[in-house]
Design a protein around this ligand. Structure first.
Ligand code: SF4
Length: 109
């Protein structure tokens, strides 16, 4: 039994190395995905279309509150004064501070 121990550890090493090599491209893909997390939401994105998102709120035909825009929306978490920021509804992408969509909800004061 004990004489199989070196064989087992060598097999294990080879197995772990193979798994590591196989996983490397996926790890790289995950990292590049994180790097592109700051991509702006495109108005033609299916989710943006479904929510009527526009990068310029003044061009939103359905907007009834003239003051409503992403920067004062409860789902927006961008920093004040920045041109764009994250929105809870568009995970991993940025919406413009002056944008708007039908899910707009007034940020509590
Ligand atoms: S939910 Fe709010 S922050 Fe997000 S796109 Fe719509 S209006 Fe802008």
């Amino acid at each position: 039994m004990a004489e199989h121990a070196p064989d087992n550890s060598r097999r294990r090493f080879i197995k772990l190395t193979a798994i590591g090599l196989a996983a490397a491209p996926f790890a790289n893909a995950l990292l590049s995905g994180a790097a592109s997390a700051a991509d702006a939401v495109s108005e033609s994105d299916p989710q943006a279309t479904a929510l009527g998102y526009v990068a310029d709120a003044t061009k939103a035909a359905k907007r009834t509150d003239a003051a409503a825009m992403c920067s004062n929306c409860n789902f927006y978490s961008g920093k004040a004064g920045e041109a764009s920021g994250p929105c809870a509804l568009f995970q991993g992408k940025l919406v413009t501070a002056k944008g708007w969509c039908t899910a707009w909800a007034k940020k509590p004061a």
